[in-house]
Design a protein around this ligand. Structure first.
Ligand code: HXC
Length: 532
């Protein structure tokens, strides 16, 4: 079977039976649906390495599970020759089905019909399927391959997108929403995904932009090709618009399945647990020597993540974006959790604007969908610099503290090394109501690092000293001994225990078990005003 050969969705097994004419007509109509915008356009779609919308839906869903809705809807417009392009379904396939046995709603733009453009009918179909998803409490997956608002339908297209954006917003935090970008997507075809929880882009095939290269050239005289502007690499690593960049459509669908495997179907359910395959008591001695003695030396936080959580369970989100922060899903003794960490290997793990966005958004997502938060904090500070200050690091960094403070899911934090100043407070500290905070013996919880503190506190004394460098070294050593450890924080209950790194896994599993039924509520309000 080639990539593009999929089972005939219309096969009923009755083909050879004598049938009433009405049934035969329905069969015939269904067969036509599979043709999309016609053979020529379907061939062109395949020639670009893309499946058709129907092939995609069938490839994504469990075999035989797709139930189509509104297949026969037709648009009712005629400007600019539109009456000649009336295809059943009108360039959008919508329905419901199952992924790994769990119910989902799905829609897919059909690029073979008027470039998958989004008009009044597409809007009505997506609105219906999203309303069904909300009522049923199941995730919505949108397969995007669309030139945006159907130009010929004018205000009707814009109205349709408005209705979609409205629903994306209302569904946010109620059911998971995933967008898969599978072609050139412009206008509303990128705004709607931007309102969803996860965006997956196919490399070399999909792109996303608000204003295309021609517009940019006209307005700014800048020359840019479409891939550089809005390809998967650009959005997965620079803009952060895409959470995943994958090599093929198949990989994109695999990614959807993997994301959903960690998520509940809606915000009233717990995330699905799996039968644990890893020893809950497993203690990994290599963790004891992971953090170098010298605080200026980096180490790979991903090693800690891989060894603490159930083996092979970590699934990174936003892997190429703001790599000084790490976010992703994992399991602890079979229970799905959200992991937030800092990466000393990249910019020493400092918090900058992009990391603030990445962390705060993920924390809010986990809280909305009942995923406990496990934070591995090595937080040396906020990124200094004019660009960061003028870019608004103050308000961006504030989002992290806002997101953690507001989160009511179980929150467990492990301080592995640096816990300096505000950057320590925001990363799930006890002070913003983490449930349990552990520290490794290598933790240094203080207002700032030793060198910086000594330079500020003793500048005059050091300058006046006959041997300034020796005096500086003495003061740094004294500060280290006093402050660069976890015991001062532990002595005051700001750290619940100092643990051996190797013990981290069983300690977190035990804490998570304690907090399984955590009940916590926020003050009654319409909603807060996050410093976005
Ligand atoms: C109607 C459209 C269309 C559109 C493409 N087509 N976009 N028809 N409305 N928005 C048609 C083309 O005319 C063409 O038809 C067929 O789809 C395939 O398009 P091509 O241009 O041949 O394909 P390609 O070269 O791959 O380029 C794809 C594309 C480009 C990058 C998407 O078509 C494009 O730039 N389209 C316009 C994008 C855009 O500006 N959309 C409006 C955004 S405003 P034929 O019959 O010739 O093959 C918007 C507002 C929403 O969405 C509100 C936001 C807040």
């Amino acid at each position: 079977m080639t990539e593009f050969e999929v089972p005939d969705p219309n096969a009923t097994g009755l083909e050879n039976e004598a049938q009433p004419e009405s049934l035969r007509l329905l069969q015939e109509s269904r067969r036509k649906l599979a043709e999309g915008g016609g053979k020529e356009r379907v061939d062109a779609q395949h020639a670009r390495g893309k499946m058709t919308a129907r092939e995609r839906v069938l490839a994504l869903l469990d075999e035989g599970s797709f139930q189509e809705v509104d297949a026969f809807m037709l648009h009712r417009h005629s400007d600019f020759g539109l009456e000649k392009s009336r295809f059943p379904g009108d360039g959008l396939i919508a329905g419901f089905g199952k992924i790994q046995g769990r119910r989902v709603c799905v829609y897919a733009h059909d690029f073979t019909v008027l470039g998958g453009s989004f008009g009044e009918v597409a809007g009505q179909k997506v609105a219906k399927i999203m309303d069904l998803a909300m009522d049923a409490g199941v995730p919505v997956i949108g397969l995007q391959d669309s030139g945006g608002a159907r130009i010929q339908e004018g205000i009707f297209s814009l109205a349709a997108y408005g209705e979609l954006f409205y629903r994306n917003t209302l569904a946010s935090g109620v059911v998971p929403q995933i967008s898969v970008m599978l072609g050139p997507c412009a206008g509303g075809a990128v705004y709607s995904p931007a309102l969803t929880d996860f965006i997956i882009m196919t490399k070399g095939i999909s792109n996303m932009f608000i204003t295309g290269p021609e517009v940019i050239k006209t307005v700014t005289q800048e020359e840019v090709d479409v891939e550089t502007l809005g390809g998967a690499a650009a959005h997965a690593s620079l803009s952060g618009v895409a959470h995943f960049a994958v090599g093929s459509e198949k990989e994109a669908f695999e990614t959807v399945r993997r994301i959903l495997s960690y998520l509940p179907s809606n915000n009233t359910e717990p995330p699905p647990a799996v039968v644990p395959t890893d020893d809950p008591w497993r203690m990994d001695a290599t963790l004891n020597t992971l953090v170098p003695e010298d605080p200026s030396m980096p180490y790979d936080m991903k090693v800690a993540i891989e060894r603490i959580f159930d083996l092979g369970s970590f699934f990174e989100v936003h892997a190429s974006y703001a790599q000084n922060a790490i976010v992703g899903f994992a399991r602890l003794h079979g229970q799905a959790v959200g992991v937030v960490a800092q990466q000393p290997m990249h910019l020493s793990g400092v918090i900058d604007i992009d990391a603030s966005d990445k962390i705060s958004r993920f924390v809010r997502f986990c809280d909305a969908f009942n995923l406990p938060l496990i934070t591995l904090s090595d937080s040396p500070g906020f990124m200094p610099g004019v660009a960061q200050e003028h870019g608004g690091i103050i308000r961006h960094g504030a989002k992290i503290v806002y997101a953690y403070s507001e989160a009511t899911v179980p929150k467990l934090t492990v301080v592995t090394r640096k816990g300096y100043g505000g950057a320590y407070i925001v990363m799930g500290s006890k002070h913003i109501h983490a449930d349990l905070v552990y520290a490794w013996p290598s933790a240094e919880i203080a207002v700032m690092g030793a060198e910086g503190a000594v330079n500020i506190l003793f500048r005059r004394e050091i300058r006046a000293h006959p041997d300034p460098e020796a005096e500086r070294a003495r003061l740094v050593a004294e500060y280290r001994e006093k402050f660069a450890n976890p015991y001062r924080a532990a002595a005051h209950g700001f750290v619940d225990d100092v643990i051996l790194p190797a013990e981290t896994r069983p300690r977190l599993i035990a804490a998570l078990e304690l907090l399984r039924d955590k009940q916590s509520t926020l003050p009654a309000k319409k909603h807060g005003c996050m410093p976005v």
